[in-house]
Design a protein around this ligand. Structure first.
Ligand code: GLN
Length: 489
């Protein structure tokens, strides 16, 4: 059972073969056994988890089960929850308790899910390795000397090692898809505006989007279906987003007639040759399943990382100005005056990567530089969007590697922010364009998992899910799990 998918657990719960309390106990036991090794969870309250599971069993005995009845789901420490602390893995929010639940947390509760705890992440979601967490690094269950990706690395490691069957992450530049790829699980970033951002601690508001991290494509669809919907309290949540039958989208078993775009800019020298070979093999498999592979070009991809590292830090510098020692979070001891209180509180509370982003963003937005940097980056963003619009006139979906490399060693890139930033070279353009993107396992390179990324037109998560479900059904990568944690590799 621990490595079962969410939908398999759902079947066992509805047949009466098991109960939500038994399921919760199983995962709580695994967290107790393995979390010290992985540091995937930064907060867990077993009594509260069991109480939710008991309430779910009671609900099931009296009513029809809700869509996620009794299913354990962990959430990244970026989601505000009334229960337990919400710290965004930053010292500036140490012991912060949110006054309300994020909209997606409310929706998970309404769907009957059992919230398991808070998962580790890069501080304020800034990073690709979960090494900037104020609560210690998180480790990859496939090789604990390596990173689990980031920034949703705790969610990824927890699912990969079956400390929970599913988790929520957020993705600003790749933080769901890249950790999913390097830990061998499936993760979906929905279209920007599909899922409410209310109560999700803001990093870069025009890019941030929440989504599921699971073992299978169908599990992603189950969770996404429960968390989407217009939220009048998030101004960027879209009111008339086209509805999708999330589960039906996963029923496709072949790819007959599907036009898959293969962008030449995502298969380049310099990427890991074994990663490239795995993804090329995956595309061959899609061809066997009836798809047509069409060579395309997304020429502005090469500018996406540079544009992102102006836009995301600019928005972050504005969003993080609220941590000033006054209203919430850390306040320094014995300030001399107000300015000393602001500067020392922020200096003590933020880690160095967060400071680097705030400084870069404040610089890019400052008078005299705004046009040269921020405005220019926004223009590049439009070009990136136009590339995708043109491509989707020719193809239904686009397939690429999720990451150019497999999980790297802990500490390998911490002294070199630029090479760290390049980890997201294949995921960032999708955020700039606001499109849906999914990563699923497609093989191994250097004995480590490789991710295949599917990108769809805006609001067409169904296209992405269908393609991924057909590929998943024809391969056996999702059945692999790390042997050191009791799985089958
Ligand atoms: N790694 C990217 C960054 O550091 C993306 C992070 C994210 O998606 N939250 O900004």
């Amino acid at each position: 059972m621990p490595f079962s998918s969410l939908s398999e657990i759902q079947n066992r719960l509805s047949s009466g073969e098991t109960t939500a309390v038994e399921v919760a106990r199983l995962y709580l036991d695994r967290i107790a056994s393995f979390n010290d090794e992985l540091n995937a969870f930064v907060h867990i309250d077993p009594a509260h988890v069991l109480a939710q599971a008991q309430a779910s069993d009671k609900y099931r005995s009296e009513h029809d089960a809700r869509p996620l009845e009794g299913l354990p789901i962990a959430v990244k420490d970026i989601f505000c929850t009334q229960d337990g602390p919400t710290q965004c893995c930053s010292n500036i929010l140490k012991d912060f308790h949110a006054p309300y639940d994020a909209e997606v947390i409310t929706k998970l509760k309404e769907a009957g899910a059992v919230l398991v705890g808070k998962t580790n992440m890069d501080e304020f979601a800034m990073g690709s390795s979960t090494e900037t967490s104020a609560f210690g690094v998180c480790r990859n269950p496939w090789d604990t000397e390596r990173i689990p990706g980031g920034s949703s690395g705790g969610s990824a490691a927890a699912v990969a090692a079956a400390l929970t069957p599913a988790a929520l992450g957020t993705d600003t530049g790749g933080s769901i898809r890249q950790p999913a790829a390097v830990t061998g699980i499936t993760g979906l970033k929905p279209t920007y505006g599909r899922v409410s951002r209310r109560g999700i601690i803001a990093f870069a508001s025009s890019l941030d989007q929440a989504g599921p991290m699971t073992r299978t494509v169908k599990d992603c669809a189950m969770i996404t279906g429960a968390i989407v919907g217009h939220d009048p309290r998030d101004a960027t949540s879209v009111a008339d987003a086209p509805a999708i039958d999330w589960l039906a989208a996963c029923e496709s078993r072949d790819m007959k007639g599907l036009k898959i775009g293969k962008p030449k800019e995502y298969f380049v020298d310099g990427m890991d040759a074994e990663v490239r070979a795995s993804v090329e093999a995956a595309l061959k498999k899609c061809e066997e399943l009836g798809a047509e592979i069409i060579d395309i070009s997304l020429p502005n991809t090469e500018h996406a990382v540079a544009a992102y590292y102006v836009i995301a830090p600019s928005e972050a510098s504005a969003n993080l100005s609220r941590y000033d020692g006054v209203r919430f979070g850390h306040r320094c001891d014995n300030p001399e005056d107000l300015l000393d209180m602001y500067t020392r509180s922020r200096d003590e509370g933020f880690g160095s990567e967060v400071k680097r982003r705030i400084l870069t963003g404040a610089f890019a937005l400052s008078s005299g530089y705004y046009d040269a940097y921020y405005l220019k980056a926004q223009q590049v963003r439009t070009l990136v969007q136009q590339d995708f619009t043109a491509a989707f006139e020719q193809v239904d979906v686009i397939a690429t590697p999720t990451s150019p490399i497999t999980a790297f060693k802990l500490g390998e890139k911490t002294d070199d922010p630029l090479t760290m930033y390049l980890s997201d070279i294949f995921t960032i353009a999708v955020n700039l364009a606001g499109l849906p993107g999914l990563s699923q396992p497609c093989g191994f390179a250097n004995n480590l998992p490789v991710g295949l990324q599917w990108i769809g037109p805006a609001w067409r998560e169904d296209s992405v899910l269908s393609a991924a479900a057909a590929y998943e059904a024809a391969t056996e990568w999702t059945t692999r799990s790390p042997a050191a944690f009791g799985g089958e590799s």
